[in-house]
Every structure is written in C-alpha cells, then in structure tokens.
Design a protein around this ligand. Structure first.
Ligand code: ZN
Length: 392
C-alpha cells in the first residue's frame, strides 16, 4: 500500500496511517461446521489511516475481493432482548418523526428484515429491503415489506422511495461517498429523508477496539459522518449516539421544507478534536488491551475459574483472535442457536449454548459488549451460575 488515499468524508486531505493491526479475521460473521474449515478461514490486513482534517478513519488495506457477503454470514443482532427493544424504540421514533403512512421505505442492508417488517407494521408504509445476507423468503411477505437477496442495485429498478434506511451497513462499503451520491441522484427533485446507523467511532476507537473488525471499512464519529453526508448533497437533520453510546445515527434529507429537525449532538469541531485524540492513542491502547486480557485469562485459568466468553458475534471473534488464539478458555457460548456446535473463524473455538454453563464450575464470564451486561447477568442467575462478569 503506497498510494495516498483521499478522505471519503471531507474530500480535502489524504489519509494518514496510524495503526497497523496486522491480520484480522475476514469472515467475522461466519461459523463453520468443522474446526479445520474454521482454522483455514482467511485473515485480512488492517492498516488504519485517518483524516487529519475531519477524523474519518478507514482500513487502508481493505480488499473488497476478500469479503463476499452471502447467506452463510450471521450478523443478526435480534437474538438479544436488549437489541430487540432498542430496535422497537427506533421504529416508534421514526414512525413518529416522518409521515410514513402509504410511503415507501428503502432499507439497504436489511439483514433478516426484522426492522423493516416492524416499521411497515407500525407506520403503515411499504418497504423494500435488500441484503446479500438475507436468508428468508424473497418477494412480498404480507407485512408490507418486499425482500431481495443481494446488494441494492440502486439503478432504475429501485422504486421511488420517501425514506431510505441503512443500519450497520454503511461502514462496510468500499465507497461510502459514492453510495450517498447515488442515493441523492435517485431522490431527484422529490423530498426524501434518510436514516443511517453505524457503530460510533468515538466509542470504537476510544476503547479497546473489539469492534475494529475487517468488515468495517470505515469508522465515523459525529463530525466525519456529517461531513460525508453533506458533501454528497444531503442535509443533516439530526445526529447523536444510541445504545449505550456504541451506535451513531444521522438523519438526512433532500428537498425538505422548513428548518432542520434536530438535535445535532456530539458532532462539532470539539468532538472532532477529541476523536483525533482517541486516534492518536489507539494503536498503543489496542495492544495494551490485548496483552491485559491475555494476562487476565492466564490468571483466571491458574485460579481454576474455568473462564468462558459469552457472545460469539464479531466482537467476540475479534476478542478471541487477539486474547485467546490458543483456545485456552473453557467455553464460548452464545444465545443464537444457529451457532451451537459450530466453530469460529481463524481461532476455531466451538460455540455452545448458554445452558451448557449450568453445573460447569465456571466462575468467570467474559463479555465484550457492555450493553448486554444486564441481560447476561440475569441469564446466568437463571442458570444458577455464580460467576464474576468481566467486561472486556
Ligand atoms: Zn476528512
């Protein structure tokens, strides 16, 4: 990698490398039938660069050819009650903010369609969803939503939409600016609103970085996210953080009458400067957290605590790759039944149901996502497992 890359967000500076994280699991959301297949799954180079002007961050070494999205991927977050209730609140919020009765909603990266189906149900709108990972029945399903397996073509086959939503997909795109420009072109002279939701880079780069994963090409804090949508011709209506500060949303519009809806939170120059500070310390923090957790696992094993990891999503996969590459943990459990008995990429850890912890003698449960602390604590009590909950 030698060619300078221009910032996708502000378009004004070349990105400056700041952290070489080495090889990371490419297929974080895939689980494998055999350990051998899991161990053979690829690593991709993570070489992060940032914009000195706006704080946008990108993996300079990202290779789109390495990462083909299909239905073997399981990045569904809806197995968690905490995420379900968050998503239900979001549906209510959007239905209250926009006149969606009879409108058309385009959902790009719709996952398994839970959000779009619920939005159609609550708001009385028509939905069109696209996702290469969508594994359900295609076509109309009676909810008002129609689903397509594959990337949204964003061409003349795309129906005219009044609201475009895209949750946890924008950060995966090789060309996020081009995506927004294309959506702006499709809006034409009509009034169109949009809702984008991404992991908040202020959180991801200000903490250990378990969510700094190969499929995430871009990392946006409030400032850089506003810059990229504005440069692509959209107006920022509102932005802020959600879900314990781990997610960032931006509401956008074109041809919308009246003043900006607001609020615009945590997206000013002061926030950008704080983000640049997080970026400066990230490489050292990332390495220190990896070493600290290897040490913690050593200590728990020595004490006979049978430490386990709860959560085999992308954060868990990243944690295992960095902190437990030799599979010393007693178990990895997850609430998603599709993962049980299957193996995680690169490290080959096998995933078990949470129920397997009952009577196992585990005294330490590591989680990588603080947003799930309460629900995992409650589940452990139901299982009769008396364990210390450690948040990585
Ligand atoms: Zn920039």
């Amino acid at each position: 990698m030698t060619a300078a890359r221009r910032c996708a967000a502000c378009g004004r500076h070349d990105l400056v490398p700041f952290a070489d994280l080495g090889g990371m699991p490419v297929l974080c959301g895939v689980h494998f039938a055999s350990r051998a297949e899991a161990l053979a799954s690829p690593l991709g180079a993570m070489w992060l660069g940032h914009c000195p002007g706006c704080g946008y961050v990108r993996n300079l070494a990202f290779d789109p050819a390495l990462l083909v999205y299909d239905t073997t991927m399981d990045t569904n977050l809806h197995h968690s009650p905490a995420f379900q209730s968050f998503s239900a609140e979001l549906v209510k919020r959007l239905a209250g903010r926009y006149p969606l009765g009879g409108a058309t909603v385009l959902d790009v990266g719709c996952g398994q369609g839970e959000f779009l189906r619920e939005l159609c149900h609550v708001a009385g709108c028509r939905g069109v969803g696209y996702d290469a990972m969508y594994a359900g029945p295609t076509g109309s399903d009676g909810s008002g939503a129609t689903f397509h397996r594959g990337h949204a073509p964003l061409d003349d086959t795309t129906p005219a939409f009044d609201l475009v939503t895209s949750r946890h997909w924008f950060e995966h795109l090789d060309d996020p600016y081009g995506f927004l420009v294309r959506l702006r072109e499709l809006a034409g002279a009509r009034t169109v609103h949009g809702y984008l939701e991404v992991p908040d880079a202020g959180y991801d780069l200000g903490t250990a970085g378990w969510e700094v994963i190969y499929p995430h090409v871009s990392y946006f804090d409030g400032y850089s996210l506003c810059r990229i949508v504005e440069r692509a011709g959209w107006r920022v209506e509102a932005t802020g953080r959600l879900f314990s500060g781990m997610f960032r949303f931006v509401e956008i519009s074109v041809n919308a009458p009246g003043p900006v809806a607001g609020p615009v939170e945590d997206a000013g120059p002061g926030d950008r400067d704080r983000q640049l500070g997080s970026i400066a310390g990230f490489a050292a923090r990332h390495a220190a957290e990896r070493d600290r957790w290897r040490g913690t696992i050593d200590r728990l094993l020595d004490a006979g605590d049978r430490p386990v990891l709860w959560g085999a999503g992308s954060r868990g996969v990243q944690f295992l790759h960095l902190a437990d590459p030799d599979r010393r943990l007693a178990a990895v459990v997850d609430v998603n039944p599709r993962k049980w008995g299957r193996h995680l990429p690169v490290t080959g850890h096998e995933v078990s149901p949470p129920e397997s912890l009952a009577g196992s003698g585990t005294r330490a449960v590591i989680i990588t996502n603080p947003a799930y602390r309460d629900e995992i604590g409650a589940a452990l009590r139901r299982l009769g497992v008396r364990a210390e909950l450690l948040v990585a």
